[in-house]
Design a protein around this ligand. Sequence first.
Ligand code: IPM
Ligand code: MG
Length: 352
Amino acid sequence: MTSKNLLLLPGDGIGPEVTAQARCVAEHLMPDLNIDTGLVGGASIDAHGEPLTVDTMVLAKQSDAVLLGAVGGPKWNDVERHLRPEMGLLQLRKGMDVFANLRPAFCFPALLEASSLKRDVVEGLDIMIVRELTSGVYFGEPRGIERGLGDKSFGFETSRYTAGEIKRVARVAMDIARGRGGQLCSTEKANVMESGLFWRETVTELHAACGDGVELRHMYADACAMELVRQPKQFDVILAANLFGDILSDAAAMLTGSIGMLPSASLGVDGAPGLYEPVHGSAPDIAGQGVANPCAAILSLEMAFRWSLNQPGLADRLFAAVSKALEAGARTKDVGGALSTAEMGDAIIAAL
Ligand code: IPM
Ligand code: MG
C-alpha cells in the first residue's frame, strides 16, 4: 500500500497551536502518513505577499487531505480586500473544488453542562449540516461597490446557483442521510429569493428521481435557525447554501457548548483530496497563550481519516479517545477546564 499524504496548513492565530496537537495525534496513529506543511492566510501574506500561493495550491491538489488551522487576525485588517487572509481560504476551497462542507454538531455527554441550552434540549444531539461551499453569494458575479454616487452609491453581489451545483451537494446530503437517520431538511429563502426557489425545485426533483430511503422536507433558513435553538433534536441532516450554511452551522455549533469542539470536512468529487478545518476561527484574543481547545482540529483529523485517508478504524479509535478524555475530566478553558492546548492533546493521545 502506498502511503498517504497530508498537507498541514496551520494558518494564523490559534491555528498553529491546535494543528500542532493534531499533528502529534496523526504521527502517533498513522506513522507512515507523509505530513507536509505550507502557509495560508496571514502567514502566507507575511511570507509571500498573498494569502495563497500557486505552489501551496499545487501541493493541496497533490495531497490526499489538507488539514487547515484557521486564517485571519487584526494584523491584516488593513490589507487590500482581495489579499485578505480569508481570501486564501476561499481560493483554496474553490481551487480544490470541495463543494460539500460537512459540519457535524454533536454533544459529548461529558460536556452537556457547557451548553447554554437546557440539558434535555441538547442531550443526544447529533446533526450533520451539509453546506454548499464553492458557489452562491460567496462567489457569484457580478459583485462590487459603486462609490461616489452619494446616497445612491451601492454594494451588491450575486446569489447564483446552477442546477448542477445544487444537485451535486444535495446528492451528498442524501447519501449521508441514508447512512444516518434518513431525514433531510433542505433550507433556503424560496419566499424571497429566486435562487432559493430554484434550490427548492431542484432538490425536490432530485429527491423524486433518486431520493429512495430519504425523507425530505423544506424549511426557510430563518425558521431553521429558530428551530435549531427551540428543538434541535428534530434535525438529522440539514442542507444549506453557502451563506445560510455558514450562519446555521455557527448556531448549531453553540448548541454543543463550544465552537472549540467542532470539526468540518469539505469534500469534492470522489477520490479528490478533502479539506479539513475546525469550525472555529483564528481567535486572536487567545492566540499565543497555549490555551486554545485542540479538539476541533483533532476531530477534523478524525474526519480526514474517515473521508480521505481510508482509515475508518483509526477514526473510530480517535473519536472514542476524545470522548474518553472528556469523560475523565480533561477540559480546556472554553469548556470550563484549565488544561493547556498541549495537555489536552496529551490527554487524548493517552486515551487512545
Ligand atoms: C467559516 C468562516 C469562513 C466562511 C470565513 C472565515 C471566510 O466563517 O468557515 O464558517 O465564511 O466560510
Ligand atoms: Mg463561519
